[in-house]
Design a protein around this ligand. Structure first.
Ligand code: NDP
Ligand SMILES: O=C(O)C1=N[C@H](C(=O)O)C[C@H](O)C1
Length: 271
């Protein structure tokens, strides 16, 4: 039995994870947290997430949750800044960490890497198996198609999403850049006004926000007389949640290190 703590239990992903994990025979939810000051603190986690009672109380501090319950792994989808603090709490207690948050600063990522010297951490901007395959295929398409195709990434998400571009779009941009031998300098995040002809080296990354869109990513390869569009559309958050539970099973008992979903899925690497 793998004992898990879920942070941000009333969030879109936190509540999805609780619903998926509570019906899974090899997993047991032993702790749940929410933001200090949240009305969910002190409530039963199942009721706070609008599910049935769980008999696990929501607390406002991950360290306290881990000290109270012998956990194997924490699953965290709260947001980059909060996740760094949660990684430190796990590192201090020898607990594995699965992190789905996006929007990390370079400093935040560096802090995650320091924690990963002490405990195993899986961090990935998208835990869906399908998206991770799309990332692999996009890298391969760019490598084979080469410089004759103009590459653009478009992402769309719900109106509540805080970070832009999405972590997945940034990961796509990273692997496309590597495949094409380009640099961060070649990425362009918006266009407006008299911008002139498109530089051949450019890789565009564009963002749409609105409504309840769960998550959509398209990579366009625009050629002469043809174009390829590689699209992933998430219509439910369950695939992110199932991927995170898969990562949790995989990471428990691993040596310390910073792992990606590509490791969990047994890929050689996503680029
Ligand atoms: N890797 C992947 O596959 C996916 C990644 N994501 C990423 O996951 C993150 C969360 O997304 P989403 O679930 O939509 O966001 P939500 O805002 O719905 O959920 C985040 C939850 O964390 C809570 N929270 C904030 N601070 C703390 C804290 N200190 N301790 C405990 N809980 C806290 C929030 O509370 P409050 O609202 O009160 O602030 C909220 O309930 C984002 O970065 C998103 O991009 C999302 C989907 C898939
Ligand atoms: O915030 C979201 O909702 C999502 N965020 C992730 C990202 O930033 O890539 C993944 C998913 O598309 C949903």
């Amino acid at each position: 039995m793998i004992r898990i703590v879920i942070t941000g239990i009333t969030g879109r992903m936190g509540s999805t994870l609780l619903r998926l994990a509570r019906d899974t025979a090899d997993l047991r939810v032993v702790g749940a947290t929410e933001r200090p000051g949240s009305s969910a603190v002190g409530l039963d986690a199942g009721l706070a997430a609008r599910l049935g009672a769980l008999e696990v109380q929501v607390v406002d501090d991950l360290g306290r949750a881990l000290d109270a319950a012998k956990a194997d792994v924490v699953i965290d989808f709260t947001g980059a800044e909060v996740s760094v603090g949660h990684a430190k709490a796990c590192a201090a207690r020898g607990v594995a960490f699965v992190c789905g948050s996006t929007g990390f600063s370079p400093e935040g990522l560096a802090e995650l890497a320091v924690c990963a010297k002490t405990v195993p951490i899986v961090a990935a901007p998208n835990m869906s198996v399908g998206v991770n395959l799309v990332i692999r295929v996009a890298a391969e398409l760019a490598r084979v198609l080469g410089p004759g195709f103009d590459v653009e990434v478009l992402e769309a998400h719900h109106r509540m999403k805080k970070d832009a571009p999405s972590g997945t779009a940034l990961r796509l941009a990273e692997v496309l850049t590597a495949s094409l031998g380009r640099t961060q300098e070649d990425l362009t995040f918006s266009r407006h006004g008299q911008i002139g002809a498109r530089p051949a080296q450019e890789i565009g990354v564009q963002t749409l926000r609105g409504g309840d869109v769960v998550g959509e990513h398209t990579v366009y390869f625009f050629g002469e007389g043809e174009r390829i569009e590689l699209t992933h559309r998430a219509t439910s958050r369950d695939q992110f949640g199932l991927g995170a539970l898969r990562a949790a099973r995989w990471v428990v008992g691993r040596p310390p290190g910073l792992y990606d979903m590509a490791d969990v899925l047994g890929f050689q690497g996503n680029s």
